[in-house]
Design a protein around this ligand. Structure first.
Ligand code: PMP
Length: 739
């Protein structure tokens, strides 16, 4: 067998047996010659239309045609004459192509970027599509099905097919039969670059189309290149390619079979097997050329070669094909496991066999229904959203020196309205972690309903995220549970727990439920924890929340370190809001054996409803806390989602945190304009000292805006711009009523 593991210029593609436009000479002369002759043919079709096509049929195909269009009766005749067995398998192939392509068909998608702002896109089928089907020995009805069925499913109004005439003046019978089977609207006996030019430019007979797809010889490829600015095309097609990765689980005979099958397509086909042992390579080399087989040291090396080659077909004839799939880069179509023969994909599985070659798999995909649609995008802005947008859009437009745009935006500003919003529970109001959404959608009974098998994965994910070891981590049903477990393990009934007032409102209750003794000491004037007061409480457990809820104030690292060093008992640092502050005491766990750091997925990660939290402590301390925990504290669904989010969505979380901090500054600025000053928060909420906090909260609630009242202050969760604006508007009204 011949084989070409190195790249060849794609214009030499399929130069063998497709259409009798022939050239001779060196590759470069050949390419120049193909380009020149193609330019000439395109010019003739552009000027002469149908008469040029008739002349070309005479010159190149050796037939005198009366008309270019093939009558419907000829297509029906060809289909009726088709061997019934061939017809049966063609129909089976068509059904599977239909199933697969219907399942992947593009659909309308809408999303709300902000309340009242809807952005959507709708797939609209192309009006008219052209399919090119080569003739001669390259007349493949399977390619006709692969192009026409997806076009039909996409809803293309008219499918036009061109194929070169044979001696009888008609395209090959198999092509006509396949065209009839898949409902092609019009067929023309036109071949080569003339056909591409006719469909791209339109003639009296051949209608101009919006996109042309289908394989062809070097002239067809060159015509597509030259006409690319006038019509859409499919990805460039060159000689077919197969890369095989085979391990010892594969049968050498099967691999040889696959390689020979690929080489049959084309004398220039490129075929390469990457194998793991000299023994396996020697077996293959008995039947195929030696340079078509390469021994690699590892699967990683094989995957790097794949990524570099970007093959049309990749056969993973390895035991762990499925687990290799996520690591594959730049392959157009992957065949998983040695029973997944490429031949099945060429004909029957329903996957499309029109695939990019020559390295184009780096930037192109195989043919899909999406190739036959264009997208109409649309957007809708509600009156309330228009009011919210107008000032910012005007600012942007003015910065770009476009005053008329700014004026148009301002003209849409209606009376500002208070939109109901809940800013009372410090939830993440900026969106949902993408991995959580995906995992929720893909839940199934088998993983969700049995008892969870431990929490190892989740602990590992927390450990990787926080930079500690899984042995340091105890997970729980929210950080609520983790704090309770820590109090139970480290203070117990009758023990003492100290904290600074005000702090997380559940702390006194946890202590009371446990039957422990409470030692609440005051915070400093600036809101930070009073470390000296905490130390003098001489408690079994010191609880410190940083950034603190409800003030948002962090206690400086130096003071926390001093507290840990001097405390008689264990220090529990609640870092529920640490992501917003961008600082943490987790690293201290490695050296302090009286420290427990508590984290949650409820705040920055936005998973409050999932109930997942963790304690981080020395392995010995973690063991004591873990011993208080019932085995299935975190349910299987929560574990799966939280693990995925910790593994995949840390960047997403960080961008949400940045947005939150920007809005927090906007909120502080707005408050100052109203004559109010909040404490310096490093969390996703602000604490605003105010007279008659209860009364203010009640009046805000009457306007639909919910916030929390504390002794002499209100706490407001930071939300996206429209919520901050609603809150400020409502507060302005409430303060106005008071005056
Ligand atoms: N710690 C602090 C400081 C909190 O504010 C909260 C909830 N508001 C929690 C812990 C508990 O969070 P969860 O149980 O949702 O993890």
């Amino acid at each position: 067998m011949t084989c070409h593991p190195e790249r060849l210029p794609s214009s030499e593609a399929k130069g063998s047996a497709c259409h009798p436009e022939r050239s001779e000479g060196s590759p470069q002369t050949l390419r120049d010659d193909v380009a020149r002759r193609t330019t000439n043919i395109i010019r003739r079709v552009r000027v002469g239309g149908d008469s040029a096509l008739l002349e070309l049929a005479y010159e190149l195909d050796g037939v005198q045609l009366d008309s270019l269009e093939v009558p419907r009766a000829e297509r029906r005749r060809a289909l009726a004459a088709l061997d019934p067995d061939v017809r049966r398998v063609m129909e089976r192939a068509m059904r599977n192509i239909e199933r697969a392509h219907r399942a992947f068909a593009p659909t309308t998608i809408e999303t709300e970027t902000e309340p009242g702002i809807v952005v959507g896109r709708r797939p609209d089928a192309l009006e008219r599509v052209g399919v090119y089907a080569p003739g001669g020995s390259a007349a493949y009805p399977s390619s006709v099905l692969m192009a026409c069925v997806p076009a039909r499913i996409a809803g293309v109004r008219e499918i036009v097919l061109c194929s070169p005439p044979g001696r009888n003046g008609l395209p090959a019978d198999v092509v006509l039969a396949a065209a009839e089977l898949c409902g092609v609207d019009r067929v023309f006996a036109v071949g080569g670059s003339g056909a591409i030019a006719a469909m791209a430019l339109g003639t009296d007979s051949v209608p101009r189309v919006d996109r042309v797809v289908g394989p062809g010889n070097a002239y067809v490829a060159e015509a597509k290149r030259q006409l690319a600015s006038e019509v859409g095309f499919d990805s460039p097609a060159g000689p077919s390619e197969l890369l095989v990765i085979a391990d010892e689980s594969a049968s050498p005979a099967d691999i040889v079979g696959e390689m020979l099958a690929q080489a049959e397509h084309d004398v220039n086909a490129r075929v390469l097997a990457l194998v793991m042992s000299d023994r396996f390579a020697a077996e293959l080399r008995r039947k195929v050329a030696s340079d078509c087989v390469r021994v690699v040291a590892s699967l990683d090396e094989a995957l790097d070669i794949v990524a570099d080659f970007a093959p049309e077909h990749l056969l993973l004839a390895v035991a762990e094909a499925e687990s290799l799939l996520p690591r594959v880069r730049n392959a157009a179509c992957v065949f998983l496991g040695s029973t997944s023969s490429v031949a099945f994909g060429d004909y029957m599985t329903g996957a499309n066999h029109v695939l990019p070659t020559g390295g184009a798999a780096r930037r192109y995909s195989g043919l899909t229904t999406s190739d036959f649609v264009r997208w109409t995008s649309y957007q809708r802005v509600s009156p309330a959203a228009a009011t919210r947008l107008s000032a910012d859009v005007a600012t942007f437009a003015e910065a770009e020196g476009l005053p008329a745009h700014a004026a148009a935006a301002r003209a849409r500003s209606g009376p500002r309205q208070i939109e109901p919003c809940d800013l009372s529970d410090n939830r993440n109001l900026f969106g949902v972690a993408p991995a959580a959404l995906r995992e929720l959608k893909s839940l199934d009974a088998r993983t969700a309903l049995p008892y969870p098998s431990g929490d190892g994965e989740l602990r590992r994910a927390f450990a990787d995220y926080l930079g500690c070891a899984p042995e340091n981590v105890v997970t729980g049903n929210g950080s609520d549970q983790v704090i309770e477990l820590a109090f139970r393990a480290l203070a117990g009934a009758g023990g003492t727990v100290a904290w600074c007032e005000p702090t997380f409102s559940m702390i006194p209750r946890f202590v009371e439920w446990l039957g422990a003794r409470a030692k609440a000491v005051p915070s400093r004037r600036d809101g930070a924890a009073g470390v000296d007061a905490l130390l003098s409480a001489d408690a079994d457990v010191v609880y410190l929340c940083s950034p603190n809820n409800p003030t948002g104030v962090t206690t400086p690292a130096r003071e926390i370190e001093a507290l840990i060093a001097k405390a008689r008992g264990t220090v529990v640092i609640d870092e529920a809001y640490a992501e917003y502050a961008g600082k943490s005491c987790v690293d201290l766990v490695a050296t302090a054996d009286n420290l427990v750091v508590v984290r949650t997925m409820s705040k920055a990660f936005g998973l409050a409803g999932l109930r997942v939290g963790a304690a981080v402590a020395s392995p010995a301390l973690a063991k004591r806390i873990g011993a208080m925990r019932a085995p299935f504290s975190v349910n299987a669904i929560a574990q799966r989602i939280a693990t995925a989010v910790l593994r995949e969505d840390v960047d997403w979380m960080r961008s949400i945190v940045r947005e939150t901090c920007t809005e927090r500054e906007a909120l502080l600025l707005g408050l100052r304009r109203l004559g109010l000053d909040a404490l310096q928060s490093e969390a996703n909420f602000v604490f605003i000292p105010i007279d008659d906090a209860d009364g203010v909260v009640q009046r805000l609630a009457a306007l639909g805006v919910l916030v929390r009242a504390f002794n002499g202050a209100i706490r407001v969760t930071v939300g996206p711009p429209h919520m901050v604006e609603s809150f400020l508007l409502a507060l302005e009204r409430v303060l106005g009523e008071r005056r």
